[in-house]
Design a protein around this ligand. Structure first.
Ligand SMILES: [Cu+2]
Length: 327
């Protein structure tokens, strides 16, 4: 069977050599309640594009706890524990193979992602992502090295604080959240071509559950300028996020807007959300698959029991995304 590129968040249509010897190592600190995932070792020669770089294979983390994942803190280190700059991470994406996305059920639930900007997913006090022991989290990592320095035996480390469901009162206080990826490509593959100059791309997605959006950030690539999220059904702008870039237009960060004080931004089943991404590409050339435009937030459902329907058995095929990537 043709093995497609899964949820297609970032790897659609790309061919890479597979890096040898890259393993996933998971360490659980049951006292501090922190899981540390480590992907490596990876050799990253200077001046190597993501197409030329042999890439780590997809790795699967078997969740060893019943509870909630509360935050994701990514960093890059070498074998001696010294920091390696985030610029060599093209992206990393975590997918729960046991659950479908609540906005785009054709995709798996995409529980964490980061690029060169090394987005830190901070804890939202009182909320967490529910996992069950044995859940399979697939980790897709893509590296590159645009710098003049080669890195030998680099590791991607992600620290994940968690709460234990079986630890009495603590667990009972955590409310379930679901990652909300609102993409200008709607429920398709996220990458698209960005033309020279200023351009805008827009997509819509329909909310299928009542609930609240607790906050929203964004994911864009270089030359990304702005993400706007609107609730078309209510004729309201939910958030306007202006990206921060360096003088060359390389993306540094996209701000996060929180709605916690208002108790979240209310979504009703049937609401149509519109996402727009603006790019200003100064290279004078069309950049093939160079862009993404995604508003990323946390959603809490009014009736959480309904979200159980998104669970899939562990035999869920990788190609559930139903997207046609060319190989
Ligand atoms: Cu991306």
């Amino acid at each position: 069977m043709e093995h497609m590129h899964h949820g297609g968040f970032m790897q659609g249509g790309m061919h890479h050599a597979v890096a040898k010897g890259v393993k996933l190592h998971a360490k659980v600190d049951a006292v501090a309640h922190i899981v540390t995932l480590r992907v490596g070792p990876m050799n990253l020669p200077a001046h190597t594009s993501h197409m030329k770089m042999p890439q780590p294979p997809d790795l699967v983390w078997n969740v060893p706890i019943d509870g909630w994942l509360l935050a994701y803190h990514p960093k890059l280190v070498d074998a001696g524990g010294n920091a390696v700059p985030g610029t060599v991470l093209h992206h990393v994406a975590f997918w729960n193979e046991n659950r479908a996305d609540f906005l785009c059920p054709n995709k798996e639930e995409h529980i964490f992602g980061a690029g060169s900007e090394m987005t830190d997913w901070a804890e939202v006090p009182g909320y967490g992502y529910r996992v069950q022991k044995g859940d399979k989290i697939r980790i897709e990592t893509m590296m590159y090295n645009p710098t003049a320095t080669s890195y030998d035996k680099a590791y991607l480390e992600v620290q994940i604080p968690y709460a234990d469901a079986n630890a009495g009162s603590v667990g009972k206080m955590v409310q379930n959240v679901y990652p909300a990826w609102m993409d200008v490509k709607s429920c398709g593959d996220s990458s698209y071509d960005v033309p020279a100059g200023k351009s805008e791309k827009t997509g819509t997605v329909t909310v299928k559950y009542d609930g609240v959006l607790l906050g929203v950030g964004g994911h864009m690539h270089d030359y990304g300028r702005q993400i706007v999220l609107e609730d078309v059904s209510r004729n309201e702008t939910i958030a306007t996020l202006d990206a921060k870039s360096d003088a060359q237009g390389h993306l540094e960060s996209v701000p996060v807007k929180l709605f916690l004080q208002e108790g979240g931004y209310k979504f009703a089943k049937g609401d149509v959300l519109k996402v727009s991404a603006t790019y200003e590409n100064p290279t004078g050339k069309l950049l093939r698959e160079g862009a993404m435009g995604i508003a990323v937030g946390y959603f809490a459902a009014t009736d959480d029991a309904k979200m159980a329907a998104l669970r899939r058995n562990s035999k869920a095929p990788h190609d559930m995304a139903g997207m046609s990537h060319d190989h």
